[in-house]
Design a protein. Structure first.
Length: 396
C-alpha cells in the first residue's frame, strides 16, 4: 500500500491528487494532508480520505480545523508549524510526498522529503527555481525518486529514454538534441502590448484552457510561469539553457516535446487535466486510471504553433536571462515576481509593472557583492532580502 502525504491539499493540485488516490483504494492511501488557510475544506478532505495526520500553520488554524471537524470518530493528529510540515514530509510512515505548496513556503518541506529518500511528486516550482543545486543533490544523495508534476515536465519525462526516468541526471539523456516546452499563450496571446496597461486581475486570471489558482493564472498570463518551467527543466533534465525552447501551442493538447539527434520528435498529448500527470507519477512505472477522458483528435481538428513574442511577454525573456546569470538571479526572479503578482492582484500595481519590478530586483541583486547559496538558509535569506527590496520600490 502506497502511503501518500499531500502538501497543499486544498489547492488545485492537491484536490486533483486526492481525486486520483480515491480511485485506487486497493493500492494507495492518504497518510497526511496540509493546508494554510482553508481549514473547513481541510477537515472535509481529512474525513473523506481518513488521513492520520493534518498539518496547519498555527494554533489559530488548529482551533479552526477542530471546530470544523465533523467526521466520524476522533479527528486526525493535528501538527502545527513549518517544522511540523518538514517533519511530516520526512515521516517514516509515508513513502510518497506530493509537494504542491505554492511559493517559497513549500521549499523546506519539499527538500525534507528529498533528503528522506521519498518518492517526491514535485509540483512546487521554487524547489528547483530557487534551490536547484541543493534539491537535485539531495535527491542524488538520498536515492529519492523524483517525478515532475507540471504537465510540461511530466510530458518531457514520459518522452525521454527509459534510463533517464525517476532520477536526478547529471548530464542530458543520450541522443537528445533539445527540449520543447509548449505554452498556451494565456489570455493575452493576441493582445496588443499597448493594451495591457489596463488589464484587470479578473482578465489575467481568465485562462482559456486551464483551471488554476489566481497566482499561477497571472504567471501564465505573463508567461513568467513558462520561464520558471524553463529553469526547472534545466535542473530536472540537466539540459543547457540553449537547448531548451518554448513554443506557443494555444490548444494545450501537446504538453511538451523532446527532439532527438536523428530528427525524431516525441510528444505527449492529452486533455488539459492535471490528473493525467498526477496519475502517471502516483502509478509509475505503471499506468493507472486518472479519471480523465480520451482525446478526440478528429474533433480537435487542428494543432497550431508559433514562436513566443518577447515584447508581449518580457517575463519570459527575463527568465532565460536569469537562468544564464546563475542561481541568485533565479531566486531574485521568483521572489520579486511573487511580490509583484500579489500587489497586482490586490490592485496596487499595474499589470505591465510586474516585469519592471522583476527586472529591477534582478539588477539590484546583480549589483551586490557575490552571494553564497550553499544551504537552504542562504537561499531563504536571499529570498527574503529580494522580497523586502521589491516591496519597498514604492509602486508596490
Amino acid at each position: 500500500m502506497q502511503r501518500v502525504v499531500v502538501l497543499g491539499s486544498t489547492g488545485s493540485i492537491g484536490v486533483s491528487t486526492l481525486d486520483v488516490i480515491a480511485r485506487h483504494p486497493e493500492r494507495m492511501a492518504v497518510y497526511a494532508l496540509s493546508a494554510h488557510s482553508r481549514m473547513e475544506q481541510l477537515a472535509e478532505q481529512a474525513a473523506a480520505s481518513r488521513a492520520a495526520v493534518v498539518v496547519v500553520p498555527d494554533d489559530a488554524a488548529r482551533a479552526r480545523f477542530l471546530a470544523a471537524w465533523n467526521g466520524a470518530g476522533q479527528p486526525p493528529e493535528v501538527r502545527v508549524g513549518a517544522q511540523a510540515l518538514a517533519d511530516t514530509a520526512a515521516d517514516s510512515r509515508c513513502d510518497t510526498v506530493m509537494a504542491a505548496i505554492v511559493g517559497a513556503a513549500g521549499l523546506p518541506s519539499a527538500l525534507a522529503a528529498a533528503r528522506a529518500g521519498k518518492r517526491v511528486l514535485l509540483a512546487n516550482k521554487e524547489a528547483l527555481v530557487a534551490a536547484g543545486p541543493l534539491f537535485m543533490n539531495a535527491v542524488r544523495d538520498s536515492g529519492a525518486e523524483l517525478l515532475p508534476i507540471d504537465s510540461e515536465h511530466n510530458a518531457i519525462f514520459q518522452c525521454l529514454p527509459h534510463g533517464a526516468r525517476a532520477s536526478a541526471p547529471t548530464e542530458p539523456a543520450l541522443g537528445v538534441r533539445r527540449l520543447l516546452l509548449t505554452a498556451s499563450g494565456g489570455p493575452f496571446r493576441r493582445a496588443d502590448p499597448a493594451d495591457l496597461e489596463s488589464v484587470t486581475p479578473e482578465q489575467a486570471c481568465a485562462h482559456p484552457n486551464w483551471s488554476m489558482g489566481r497566482k499561477i493564472s497571472v504567471d501564465s498570463a505573463t508567461m513568467l510561469n513558462k520561464g520558471l518551467e524553463v529553469i526547472e527543466a534545466h535542473w530536472l533534465f540537466a539540459m543547457p539553457p540553449d537547448r531548451i525552447e518554448v513554443v506557443v501551442h494555444p490548444q494545450s493538447v501537446i504538453h511538451s516535446m523532446v527532439e532527438y539527434e536523428d530528427g525524431s520528435v516525441l510528444a505527449q498529448l492529452g486533455q488539459p487535466d492535471m490528473r493525467t500527470p498526477i496519475a502517471y507519477a502516483l502509478g509509475f512505472p505503471e499506468r493507472i486510471a486518472s479519471g480523465v477522458g480520451g482525446l478526440d483528435l478528429a474533433r480537435q481538428g487542428r494543432l497550431d504553433f508559433e514562436a513566443p513574442d518577447f515584447d508581449r511577454f518580457p517575463c519570459l525573456r527575463l527568465s532565460f536571462e536569469a537562468l544564464r546569470a546563475g542561481q541568485a538571479a533565479s531566486v531574485a526572479l521568483n521572489a520579486a515576481n511573487e511580490v509583484a503578482v500579489q500587489a497586482f492582484l490586490e490592485g496596487r500595481l499595474p499589470y505591465t509593472w510586474i516585469p519592471r519590478v522583476i527586472q529591477a530586483a534582478i539588477e539590484w541583486q546583480a549589483g551586490r557583492s557575490s552571494v553564497t547559496l550553499a544551504s537552504l538558509g542562504d537561499v531563504l535569506a536571499l529570498d527574503a532580502e529580494v522580497r523586502a527590496y521589491a516591496g519597498n520600490l514604492g509602486v508596490v
